[in-house]
Design a protein around this ligand. Structure first.
Ligand code: LLP
Length: 419
């Protein structure tokens, strides 16, 4: 049993997910196969929701659909009271279909098209977070055309807070493409907001980066947002929603830093509850990774084992098109044997790679799996629930992987393998 991943039962050469044998799942649905443990997902969401709402009652977890938009995930979370953070027309539609009420949908994105803005306005989403002054103007103009009044507009503010994370995952620097500089938001609320007739500036939003585990970063973010709201109040803008973005990290390996959800809640909702704004606004948390990452594994079968100089390659049937994080960010994901024919103990280490014709199509190097591998064996790549299937593609004309769920020891196919 893995204490960090209580839904997984990692044996020497076998794996059970939510009580179901990986081997039987692979046989039933084929590989590569994403398997999501619905109970684990629900438990993580429940924990996030309860930690945040115990600090501040009016707190919405608006799950970041970009991290995982498979039907069972979004349906389960919607049923449990999650809102949705979306960045596209299809995202708005999916959230509605999943049963999220429009007021709990947040529309984000640094470069929204008019079509996307119109979809948000028509659906009556709770907040559209603008990332430029021009976009705010466009929202007002579109609302006028569509005859929509009372549309809530937020600003994603770039406070210039830098977070310790992979360069590809940081978004809060002053020169990043994200958000609007603080000074510009102030100017806008002074000069333009009073002239708006259809949209109303009602929100502040800040997302500093993803895979962040530093409580100070979140504390500063809270202070900055509250400070800015005070300044805007003096200009007649009433901030009713504070959106903390997402970004809370998870430890992909044992030694990774971890910020407990309770400490995150203290730094955000807890600090906010002690501010002058307490009771006057709703808080929104766009968590993705923390909620969904560890709920899911990717099962993949060994096609070939071969030596190349000192390297022993295990070539598997999942590729970078199925799971991109290692190739794109050099991200580390644990790999464990999910089933092996021989279960023969071995100290051998393997470089685990996929079938795509790119040398970056490698899931892990020098991995000691405890057993020796052979053709037909099964491996599991762990913690792939966030930015796994959602970032997959059909590169090399490979079909998308199948997605299955396990719940109460029963499995079901959520989507088949398809091109
Ligand atoms: N809100 C906004 C405005 C975002 O840009 C993101 C993620 C989130 C919320 C959710 O962040 P989370 O809680 O999941 O960290 N593909 C990368 C991650 C990209 C994150 C993009 N934005 C990865 O695989 O690590």
């Amino acid at each position: 049993m893995d204490s960090r991943r209580p839904h997984l039962d990692v044996g020497k050469a076998s794996l059970r997910i939510g009580g179901v044998e990986a081997k039987s799942l692979a046989e039933k649905y084929g590989t590569p196969l994403y398997v999501t443990d619905v109970g684990r997902l629900a438990a993580r969401f429940r924990e996030a929701k309860s930690e945040l709402s115990s600090r501040y009652g009016d707190a919405l977890v608006a799950f970041a659909y970009k991290s995982n938009s498979t039907t069972p995930v979004v349906r389960t979370l919607a049923r449990m009271g999650a809102g949705a953070t979306v960045v596209s027309v299809a995202g708005v539609e999916l959230a509605r279909k999943a049963g999220v009420s429009p007021g709990d949908i947040v529309l984000d994105g640094p470069s929204k098209s008019k079509e996307e803005l119109a979809a948000g306005i028509r659906a009556g989403v709770g907040m559209i977070n603008a990332e430029s002054v021009q976009e705010a103007m466009d929202v007002e103009a579109l609302c006028r055309t569509l005859g929509s009044r009372g549309v809530r507009l937020g600003f994603r503010v770039n406070f210039g807070i830098r977070a310790e994370t992979h360069a590809g995952l940081a978004t809060g620097g002053r020169e990043h493409k994200f958000g609007v500089a603080r000074g510009e938001v102030v100017k806008f609320c002074r000069d333009w907001a009073p002239r708006f007739r259809f949209a109303r500036v009602a929100g502040l939003h800040s997302h500093i980066g993803s895979q962040v585990s530093d409580a100070d970063v979140f504390r500063r973010q809270t202070e900055e947002m509250v400070g800015l709201a005070e300044e805007l109040e003096a200009l007649g803008t009433d901030v009713r929603e504070f959106n903390f973005g997402g970004g809370l990290g998870v430890p992909y390996r044992k030694e990774d830093p971890e910020l407990a959800i309770g400490d995150y809640a203290d730094a955000t909702a807890g600090a906010f509850a002690r501010s002058r704004w307490a009771g006057r606004a709703r808080l929104v948390f766009e968590l993705g990774r923390w909620v969904v990452a560890d709920s899911t594994v990717l099962l993949t079968r060994v096609n070939y084992v071969k030596a190349a100089g000192k390297i022993r390659w295990a070539l598997v049937d999942a590729g970078m098109n199925d799971f991109l994080r290692p190739a794109l960010y050099g991200a580390h994901h644990e790999i464990v044997p999910a089933w092996t024919a021989s279960a023969k103990r071995s100290a051998a280490s393997y470089d685990v790679a996929g079938p795509v014709c790119e040398s970056t199509d490698v899931f892990g190097r020098g991995r000691r799996l405890g057993v020796s591998l052979a053709q037909g064996d099964l491996l599991a790549i762990l913690d792939v629930g966030a930015y796994g299937f959602s970032m997959s593609s059909t590169y090399n004309m490979r079909p998308l992987a199948a997605v299955a769920t396990v719940e109460k020891r029963r499995s079901a196919l959520a989507s088949p393998r398809r091109l």
